[in-house]
Design a protein. Structure first.
Length: 159
């Protein structure tokens, strides 16, 4: 009888843990702002498009290197690329201009005014890079910018 009671007490914690894991596997409903202060959320991604989500800081050397790579490769990636930062809009506009990222159609520089990404993911290194499928499922986390071929392969395998 005691083991049955213990199992009953553990069940809510198990269900809560599974719910947290499920939330982390699907794209949260973030609310960001682009460099023109226009609201952007997951509903801004056209249906059927994947998302490479990158959290960065403009004063991070690794993040700057990622931006340099994206300047030449972003158009080759399937889907969209969101580079998100908690920095103020002026810093992001300067970064976007300095890196030459303002005219890449599938790339957006976004401000995370409420630090939602850091609160949700609690990451410790930058850049923090996630790949989401077209259905909003988290497919992979990367320590550095993945190649276009790697992203295409992961997306194909997830179908």
């Amino acid at each position: 009888m005691k083991s049955w009671l213990k199992s009953l007490l553990v069940l809510p914690f198990l269900l809560l843990s599974l719910n947290v894991l499920a939330q982390q596997k699907s794209m949260p409903d973030f609310h960001f702002f682009d460099t023109e202060n226009v609201a952007v959320g997951k509903n801004s991604i056209p249906k059927g498009k994947a998302l490479l989500l990158i959290y960065f800081r403009s004063d991070c050397d690794h993040c700057e290197h990622t931006a340099v790579e994206l300047k030449t490769k972003a158009k080759q990636y399937p889907g969209y690329i969101w580079m998100v930062s908690g920095e103020d809009a002026n810093a992001l506009q300067t970064f976007e201009s300095m890196m030459g990222l303002y005219d890449i159609p599938n790339l957006k520089i976004l401000q995370d005014k409420n630090h939602q990404m850091h609160t949700f993911y609690n990451f410790t290194q930058l850049p923090y890079i996630l790949l989401y499928s077209a259905s909003g499922k988290l497919l992979k986390q990367f320590d550095e910018l993945p190649s276009v071929d790697v992203v295409k392969k992961i997306l194909m395998e997830s179908k």
